[in-house]
Design a protein around this ligand. Structure first.
Ligand code: HEM
Length: 280
């Protein structure tokens, strides 16, 4: 296990001649990735269990358990859009984390290429169905929420294009960096749920937003932070990895570790409060 999985995984996160601070930074990145991967797996389990199983049982009312406009009788285009959106949500949430494991790419490059094509196509289609659901069908969160998720969607489309262009040009250093940026914006909706449940766990009641309209200052912040904060931390990680001195690397590792612990608590909150109650 140590020789075949952990050591290669660890090595792939660090530079060729690692110093101790490079190793500390690499450990913080692996810690973050491991917790994020587990959180994505639970999210996939929830999507399959709530939406997938009810689809096969023909129990479409369950689609409205977490959304006000999940299944609407007679709205064929809307129901197909949300159905496709949910199917792709499960695919992308499992394919994304697998795609960014560096050693998997080296051991099974064919898998990386096919999963990459699937991931980018899924990202594009899920975003287009998301635009339809947001602007045509209407979603919770009001205008600010709609604008924020639309910017998130535009970033997904833009980063997908850049990732493909760098892969086709054979510029794998830039391809990898943009793939990680793409992963962060694609995971925006997942970060939203984790951040929201962390907030609820801390306060034990709705604070900073109105639960009836699902709007308020905290949700305005979270609607944008769901993708801007992960992107910011990723840029700091790139800087620390490539250019920072000892103190910069160690400080970045500490920030990533603290944020990962907060993310872990949010995942726990989302799991017990939102996802597990809908898994059967
Ligand atoms: C890219 C990854 C995405 C994933 C994994 C994802 C996942 C999901 C899931 C699981 C739901 C069902 C609600 C729940 O059970 O929690 C949902 C609903 C929804 N999604 Fe997405 N989604 C993604 C991207 C987007 C984007 C980019 C947009 C908008 C541009 C969007 C707009 C919506 C809307 C409007 C709903 C209906 C719920 C509501 O009324 O707010 N999604 N999504």
């Amino acid at each position: 296990m140590m020789k075949t999985v952990i050591r290669p995984l660890f090595k792939s996160f660090i530079l060729n001649h690692p110093t101790n601070e490079d190793k500390i930074l690499a450990f913080s990145a692996i810690f973050w990735f491991t917790i994020a991967f587990i959180g994505h797996l639970i999210f996939v389990l929830y999507i399959i269990s709530l939406y997938g199983i009810s689809l096969f049982e023909g129990d479409f009312d369950r689609w409205n358990a977490m959304m006000p406009k999940g299944y609407i009788e007679g709205d064929i285009a809307g129901n197909i859009s949300i159905g496709v959106h949910l199917l792709l949500a499960a695919i992308i949430s499992i394919g994304g984390p697998l795609q960014i494991i560096p050693k998997l790419r080296d051991y099974v490059p064919r898998f990386h290429r096919w999963n990459g094509r699937l991931y980018v196509s899924t990202a594009v289609i899920i975003t287009l169905t998301g635009f339809y659901l947001t602007w045509v069908r209407g979603s919770v969160g009001g205008l600010v929420g709609a604008v924020a998720i639309t910017i998130n969607g535009i970033l997904i489309l833009l980063f997908s294009l850049i990732v493909i262009r760098y892969a086709m040009a054979g510029n794998f250093k830039s391809h990898r960096k943009w793939a990680l940026r793409l992963f962060m914006v694609v995971s925006g909706v997942w970060f939203f749920r984790v951040g929201f449940m962390l907030w609820m766990l801390i306060h034990q009641k709705p604070v900073g937003f109105d639960p009836a309209t699902f709007q308020g200052p905290f949700l305005t912040f979270l609607n944008f932070a769901q993708y801007l904060l992960p992107l910011l931390v990723l840029e700091i990680y790139f800087w620390a990895n490539e250019r920072a001195r000892k103190t910069g690397k160690i400080t970045t590792a500490a920030i990533i570790t603290i944020l990962t612990i907060a993310m872990g608590v949010g995942i726990f909150g989302a799991t017990v409060g939102m996802w597990f109650p809908n898994i059967n």
